[in-house]
Ligand binder design. Sequence first.
Ligand code: NCD
Length: 337
Amino acid sequence: MAVKFVRPKIPKFAPDPWAIQFDDQGHLRHLLTIEGLGPQWITRILDTAEGFVSVTDREIKKVPLLRGRTVVNLFFESSTRTRTTFELAAKRLSADVLNLNLATSATKKGESLLDTLRNIEAMQADMFVVRHEQSGAAHFIARHVAPHVSVLNAGDGWHSHPTQALLDAFTIRRHKGGFTPLRVAIVGDIRHSRVARSQMHVLNSLNVGELRVIAPRTLIPTDVEKLGVRVFHDMREGLQDVDVIIMLRLQRERMESGLLPSEEEFYRLYGLTEEKLAWAKDDAIVMHPGPANRGVEIESSVADGPQSVILEQVSNGIGVRMAVMSLCMSANRGDQT
Ligand code: NCD
């Protein structure tokens, strides 16, 4: 029997559907989405991450902040980078870590999502890191966990991937110093990308100078302008004077057929080649959340070139995830100031 997933019901007149992320004292308890965090919390997470990134540069890469705590990675959808960096982040905070690949586990044998949760809670888990193919899954889990448990969203459907967007903002800030003077372009399959949605929220919250999306019409979500972006369908126009280029993968698994003529055509028009990169500012940085498809959205020499910060994004992901974990756990200890 398939797992029955119930889409969370957001009360019609709720003032802020994302208020669930905070406890009664206004401490950050869950990280489900960027919406509702506001620039202060986002900046606090990025500042906290600065300290943790230096921990990861030390010979002994551990701090005892989560000693005695148990972090459970609940991955209903496969992942390499995100799962492993969450795992490393938890280990570097001295937590015990359990990795559950639920795509092949009890939920497939007919146990409901809530039963699975109760069983894991009975193992005295303190934090769930959740990835699920359904939008709203982490929110649903957050509404049903025991009061001492925190939930971090590691990607839900097309909706949100908050830690990815935060590590991207962190990487941009490290290279460019701030956000207000910057032009940032997100290129590729915007429509199916939870990463793009979270990036738009994070960058607009941080008051980025100009946010652009560049893609064929079929890969742009309807009403994307309402998210505060300028839409371009032409790379030469869209990349002009840009400081940061974020490339995205074609999310084939979420695509109906017929949205694209062919990968070759996409590469010709939108693939970031050295030639197209020259249309952006000389010191523009190139980013990608991974997994990157060389020869589809990015040329190998650009992915490995001097302007690429793709591997730095992966390393920064550890420090940013340590920051989020320690802040949410300190809400539970009651010592967040
Ligand atoms: C992204 C994801 O899973 O949403 N990758 C990631 O977390 N590093 C983007 C993608 O799958 O293309």
